[in-house]
Write a protein that binds this ligand. Structure first.
Ligand SMILES: [Zn+2]
Length: 366
């Protein structure tokens, strides 16, 4: 029995929930159908016509790409540019294109972790954790049913804080209610006030899983009507956000570090600001266009910030606080295809899986 395209997507969505993508993004299934039988996968940074051709030649009907080929609505589809030609070619040949973009940037085991690992960074943390991604659920349950309900909400994704799972806070109390004449009470009599020893339990949960978790809670709960509060939290989610910061095991001089960076990231060239740091220990990274994190890199007292797509005037903003390095967008993210390949091969060991051989970098150096 083979796999469906949808099974691959479900796996990738667990890894990098689509809810964690930026509003401008289009990380989703762009062409194809979840119900198709999977014949093989090509992993790529970009999805271009050449990559689609590679898939056709390999007999693989799915391309998993970091960058979405389509960002905005297409009002016509005539092949007038490379985006339309790529989409048309994929549709004509029944190729599914799936993009896993800023959602993969934003998870702790994603694009920036891969860069950090290549640089041997330790104690890595998200550079700019995101807010408003967490909710709090408070519910009330009779003591003897609390484990069943808690297990159900944990199973649905609640109660995870960093490396700790099954996290809750519980207090004992007294619940009161009077069932109406039309009620079907699990405990007590219609029309009679009831006092019941209950637990008030609180759990934290990813906001995007709220509906799923509330359904699981209600299903496991014995009461006809479940009393609960769901509220949004302002807390940062330390596990989700942009960029990453970590430390080198042994500090290096700035010159040594730049050579090391070139070696580890396969760079011909690195564009950087003045070498204002004697020793490099703390390193901030962001694959792709990450200059919006410069302030975070400074606040975290990084010695160097490595990103791409930095404009001339933005280099000035380093302002002597750190060494700002532009290593190129493609160069900063090319190892994402290896990351995708590894994750997919671990979970789907018997599928035909390829890393694209197409160099999709639209720029080069001489
Ligand atoms: Zn990118």
């Amino acid at each position: 029995m083979g796999y469906k395209i949808g099974e691959v997507i479900s796996f990738l969505e667990k890894l990098a929930p689509p809810a964690y993508q930026e509003s401008y993004d289009n990380a989703t299934l762009i062409t194809g159908n979840r119900n198709w039988d999977l014949t093989g996968i090509i992993c790529s940074l970009d999805c271009t016509e050449e990559v689609i051709q590679e898939a056709i030649s390999a007999g693989a009907n799915m391309v998993v790409a970091h960058h979405p080929i389509v960002f905005k609505g297409l009002k016509s589809l005539t092949g007038k540019n490379y985006v339309e030609r790529t989409v048309i070619k994929a549709i004509k040949h029944d190729i599914a294109i799936y993009a896993i973009h800023t959602n993969l940037d934003h998870v702790a085991h994603g694009v920036n972790k891969r860069i950090s690992d290549r640089l041997g960074l330790l104690n890595t943390k998200i550079l700019q954790p995101k807010k408003q991604l967490l909710n709090k659920l408070v519910f009330f349950v009779p003591e003897e049913h609390k484990n069943k309900v808690l297990d159900a909400v944990y199973e649905a994704g609640a109660g995870q804080i960093g490396e700790y799972k099954d996290c809750s806070f519980q207090v004992n109390g007294m619940g009161t209610f009077t069932p109406s004449e039309d009620a079907n009470p699990f405990l007590g009599q219609r029309g009679a006030p009831q006092y019941e020893a209950e637990i008030r339990a609180e759990v934290i949960l990813p906001a995007f899983l709220s509906n799923k978790i509330i359904s699981a809670m209600k299903k496991a709960h014995p009461y006809e009507e479940v009393a609960f509060y769901l509220s949004a939290l302002e807390n940062e989610n330390q596990e989700v956000g942009a960029g990453m910061v970590g430390e080198l095991e042994d500090p290096m001089t700035a010159e040594e570090f730049l050579d090391y960076l070139k070696e580890k990231m396969n760079l011909k060239i690195v564009k950087h600001t003045a070498l204002v740091k004697e020793k490099i220990k703390k390193v901030a990274v962001c694959g792709g266009a990450g200059i919006f994190l410069l302030g975070d890199a400074k606040r975290k007292e990084a010695d160097v910030f490595i990103t791409a797509d930095v404009k001339y005037h933005e280099f000035f903003d380093a302002d002597g606080s750190l060494i700002l390095c532009d290593i190129g967008h493609y160069e900063s993210e090319i190892f994402t295809k290896e990351l995708l390949g590894e994750l997919l091969s671990q979970n789907f060991p018997n599928i035909a899986l390829y890393l694209t051989k197409v160099v999709t970098n639209p720029t080069s150096y001489r």
